[in-house]
Design a protein around this ligand. Structure first.
Ligand code: CA
Ligand code: CA
Length: 83
């Protein structure tokens, strides 16, 4: 069984990556755009969304953005995307 489908949701090797926050199958600039309005929001804020706190610190900050940058270009079918 290959992992060749263009659509990650049809890919037999698809597992959602926590770093692909918009769920389109690749870690890229669109994930940063989606996170941007949440920058600086902590877990006690009514606008809190744990999806954007990718390294689970309780605050959406530069560390979360840097994690996305570290894994830039990852697609969900690549094992090295699951650190
Ligand atoms: Ca994405
Ligand atoms: Ca964080």
């Amino acid at each position: 069984m290959g992992c060749t489908s263009e659509d990650p949701h049809l890919n037999p090797c698809y597992y959602p990556s926590p770093y692909d926050v918009d769920g389109d199958g690749i870690v890229d600039v669109n994930d940063l755009y989606e996170m941007k309005p949440y920058y600086g929001i902590g877990e006690n804020d009514p606008h809190w969304n744990s999806r954007y706190d990718v390294e689970k610190s309780g605050l959406i900050d530069i560390d979360d953005f840097m994690k996305i940058v570290d894994l830039w270009g990852c697609t969900v079918s690549e094992k090295w995307c699951y650190w």
